[in-house]
Design a protein around this ligand. Structure first.
Ligand SMILES: O=C(O)CCC(=O)C(=O)O
Length: 294
């Protein structure tokens, strides 16, 4: 909507986002310029409650699998569940939210790949591995002209100072170096979300989880999406063994279409089958994503 004061110097170029659904344009522009945006109301309260209730069981199973709590602590994975969607279908929901995928496709291209999913539990009184300023792909300190990775943080309990809402450093996705702490302290902002909102960030923005003063733990389902040039955190096509391979949304997302060919011959055969295109061709038609208010 244009207001009376919206006057630009004659001829000055201006950004427009015609290919983005109208209700997502401000979020897309905010991610581009600031590195973050909140998509409100993505998960209903019942879904948040069901996922929250599943977390203890997931953590217990994963802790037993790795040989106990001491080992989780040793690898910095206390309060972290990994790939919950592999054990519990309810976590497929936050990985495949139509609005999130629409924004991801705008930035990353038609074929968006799931890099990882994890649950982060911010427990009152406990420090967390994500409590230091970090980018989501560790040790990758280059910047890119547009995002190559997006992180969706589904806030099951909402996020506010009272439960350790994460801090963000707006614009830091555009700079290789972390700024001085003086600058960071003066510009950092907290991501405030209602339960069921998704905080969507350029994975290169510096952010950190903040101490939770309690009394309740805060649960975040973190899903990372990348261009398919970046390898997945674990081999989802192998772990899924064909599940969802033919699903028009989940198949490409899980990485079936972009898994590493075993040989040049396999690469060539796949290319023949696809009529010469490789899977990450930006002209590949994405699976339809229903626009929220279309
Ligand atoms: O929800 C949060 O506190 C953010 C978690 C986080 O920064 C991460 O998983 O990288």
């Amino acid at each position: 909507m244009t207001e009376a004061t919206d006057i630009l110097f004659p001829g000055a170029p201006q950004a427009t986002y015609p290919s983005v659904p109208a209700h997502l344009r401000l979020a897309v522009e905010s991610i581009e310029r600031d590195g973050w945006a909140v998509l409100p109301g993505q998960i209903p309260a019942s879904g948040c409650a069901a996922m929250r209730a599943a977390v203890a069981g997931l953590l217990a199973a994963e802790t037993a699998e790795i040989g106990g709590a001491e080992n989780m602590k040793r690898i910095g994975d206390e309060g972290v569940s990994r790939s919950p969607f592999l054990r519990d279908d309810r976590f497929v929901g936050p990985a495949a939210l139509p609005d999130v995928l629409a924004v991801a496709r705008h930035f990353l291209g038609a074929v968006v790949q799931l890099n990882l999913q994890r649950i982060v539990v911010n427990v009152p009184g406990l420090s967390h591995g994500a409590g230091v300023w970090h980018r989501d792909h560790s040790y990758q300190d280059f910047t890119t002209s547009r995002p190559v990775s997006l992180t969706a943080l589904a806030m099951l309990d909402g996020s506010r100072p009272e439960n350790g809402a994460p801090s963000l450093l707006p614009g830091s996705h555009r700079f290789e170096k972390f700024p001085t702490f003086e600058y960071a302290r003066s510009r950092a902002t907290r991501a405030l979300c209602a339960p069921g909102d998704v905080l969507l960030i350029d994975s290169a923005i510096f952010h950190r989880t903040e101490p939770n003063p309690g009394p309740e733990s805060r649960h975040t389902v973190v899903t990372i999406y990348t261009v398919p040039l970046i390898r997945q955190n674990v081999d989802y096509p192998k772990l899924l063994a064909g599940r969802w391979a033919d699903d028009p949304v989940l198949g490409p997302l899980m990485g079936y279409a972009t898994a590493m060919p075993a040989s040049d011959l396999e690469y060539r055969r796949t290319k023949l089958d696809r009529g010469r295109r490789v899977a990450r061709d930006r002209s590949v038609t994405p699976a339809s994503t229903p626009a929220k208010d279309a």
